[in-house]
Design a protein. Structure first.
Length: 569
């Protein structure tokens, strides 16, 4: 299982370039000084911080320091974390449910499409899952100190993805409670200690960031008030799970979020279910087909609560939503699939055949809606149904057992699409329709690889040659334009509007002063941009540079850019 997991995560990993170049720029900046490393700076000047906590990027920076900065070296730690998560899941399932259930669970996680897609990227969810599984292993020991250690690991997960980690808290607490034999007073005492530990580990870096005088640290990215605690509550909290966030003006009319309607059946939408839920009917069998004495089995309760808490949050999340968030559901679905397969086997041929039929019918629904109801790919689950029917006819389990591996054909095909057709590397997903050249319904921005117009060797050479004594090689309203420049040159660049160009980092007057001091000479603006005060100032005081001097090819639409020289005469 580890060999399968490692192969799927490492095979052609170098093809993914620098992945999310916004994060890659932060890693390249972190390599330049301990101050930039600690404050999780986006740029080498420490002008702006990344909009995520630092732990996953610290790990990537350590790998880049050891192996050299490259796309492969910053993707490698996530691939290893994903492979290690398969090993952790195997151990978690093996202890209470046996080797066979653990092997099936490990294989299910190794093959989960969105798990493979996220583990092949430099996004942080792979480390979130790794730390949550470590916390689960400790919580299920049931001892007081193990709960404290589990909450410390949950705090580390918080420093990977903030509030998204705390959704798993109830599952960890329930598993610990049922696994232990402590008295009430001891339980309450250890829970209080664990709560304090969670708070300290979770918030220590954010508070240290906010307590640093603002002039001595980067601006807190993706905030309006320059506060890391605001980032926790707003952009990485309410904006993700509650508030409806329209795309920025520069991307108006482009699908930048996976806008699937919220509601109790949201995760049954084929585009979402295809990422993680191919074996869901068998997983639900593992959760609900239990003997009376097993209903409060600690591990089973932990997986069930993990599945439903994240499921409810993702079903109701009305803010920013991306398919790769669903990777948090991969461990419980895989664990319960292993448990469910064993429970169906033990109940006899009828139950086993029924489980195969239900799972095959579910896969036909996902694949038929995603591809076409006449697609030859539907032959795989149809063959599984035939095998299950043979089991019912003969009253024996082996024919249905043949249908089980057939149920892995479609998830494997979706998984391979993440390797051979990764599309938008900033927002990882798996899509067999995309790999086959079909429309997967997500819009061109989410379904195609895009190269920013600023990722142009000729532009980089021009800026480096004409920089003079400027502190920043170039300025731009958003980080998307600057990330490729920082990744490839390691030079300071000023994102004066933050991630999407809508953060009040500077006033127009302070920007004009920076230009007057000689900190900035060149400004790169999108051709289609909202006319803010900055934009009007640049257009009024700068001169467009002849595209023939700096541009290799013409970019159109939202990717088109104009370079201005704002050096005072």
């Amino acid at each position: 299982m580890l060999l399968v997991a490692a192969t799927l995560r490492l095979w052609r990993l170098e093809d993914n370039g620098f992945g999310t170049e916004y994060y890659a720029a932060g890693v390249r900046s972190a390599l330049q000084s301990g101050w930039l490393f600690f404050y999780n700076a986006f740029d080498p000047a420490g002008f702006l911080s990344l909009d995520k906590p630092p732990l996953a990027f610290w790990i990537q920076a350590a790998f880049a320091k050891l192996l050299g900065f490259s796309g492969w070296s910053i993707h490698l730690p996530q691939a290893l974390a994903g492979t290690a998560s398969v090993a952790l899941l195997y151990d978690l399932v093996r202890r209470p449910f046996g080797t066979v259930a653990a092997t099936i669970a490990a294989l299910a996680l190794a093959l989960t499409p969105i798990a493979v897609a996220i583990d092949r990227s430099n996004n942080t969810d792979s480390w979130l899952i790794f730390f949550l599984l470590l916390a689960a292993a400790l919580a299920l020991r049931g001892r007081g100190l193990s709960l404290v250690a589990a909450m410390a690991l949950l705090g580390l997960a918080f420093n990977v993805k903030m509030l998204a980690a705390l959704v798993c808290g109830p599952a960890l607490l329930a598993g610990w409670w049922l696994a232990g034999t402590l008295g009430w007073r001891q339980r309450l005492g250890w829970m209080a200690t664990a709560g304090v530990t969670l708070a300290v580990v979770s918030l220590s870096w954010s508070i240290a960031f906010d307590l640093t005088p603002k002039e001595h640290r980067p601006y807190a990215g993706s905030t309006q008030g320059n506060s890391m605690l605001e980032l926790v509550v707003m952009h990485n909290g309410l904006d993700r799970f509650v508030r409806n966030q329209p795309p920025p003006a520069s991307l108006a009319g482009i699908e930048v979020y996976d806008a699937v309607p919220t509601g109790p059946l949201r995760l049954a939408t084929p585009a979402l279910a295809a990422q993680f839920a191919w074996l869901l009917p068998i997983s639900l069998a593992g959760l609900f087909l239990v003997r009376r004495r097993d209903r409060l089995q600690p591990s089973l309760v932990l997986w069930g609560i993990w599945l439903f808490t994240y499921g409810i949050v993702f079903s109701a999340a009305g803010g920013i939503f991306h398919l790769y968030y669903l990777s948090a559901l991969a461990p419980p679905v895989a664990a319960l699939a292993g448990i469910g397969a064993i429970r169906l086997w033990r109940r006899g041929s009828t139950w086993l055949a029924a489980g195969v039929v239900l799972c095959a019918a579910w896969q036909i629904y996902i694949a038929g809606a995603s591809l076409a109801w006449t697609s030859p790919w539907l032959a795989a689950p149809a063959l599984a149904i035939v095998a299950a029917a043979a089991a019912l006819w003969r009253g024996k389990r082996p024919p249905a057992l043949v249908g089980g591996p057939i149920l892995l054909v479609l998830p494997m095909a979706w998984t391979l699409s993440a390797i051979f057709s990764p599309a938008n590397l900033m927002l990882p997903s798996a899509s067999l329709p995309r790999w086959l050249g079909l429309d997967d319904g997500r819009g061109p921005f989410l379904s195609r690889p895009y190269r920013m117009a600023s990722d142009d060797p000729r532009l980089l050479a021009f800026l480096l040659d004409r920089r003079d004594t400027a502190r920043f090689v170039v300025a731009a309203p958003n980080t998307q334009l600057l990330a490729p420049i920082i990744v490839r040159t390691g030079q300071p660049a000023m994102a004066f509007g933050g991630y999407f160009g809508e953060e009040p980092i500077l006033t127009v007057e302070s920007f004009a002063e920076a230009v007057k001091r000689g900190d900035v000479r060149y400004v790169l603006l999108p051709a289609r941009v909202r006319p803010t005060g900055f934009v009007r100032w640049v257009r009024a005081n700068g001169k467009p540079v002849d595209p023939g001097e700096w541009r290799s090819a013409t970019a159109d639409g939202w990717r088109a850019v104009v370079l201005y020289d704002v050096k005072p005469d």
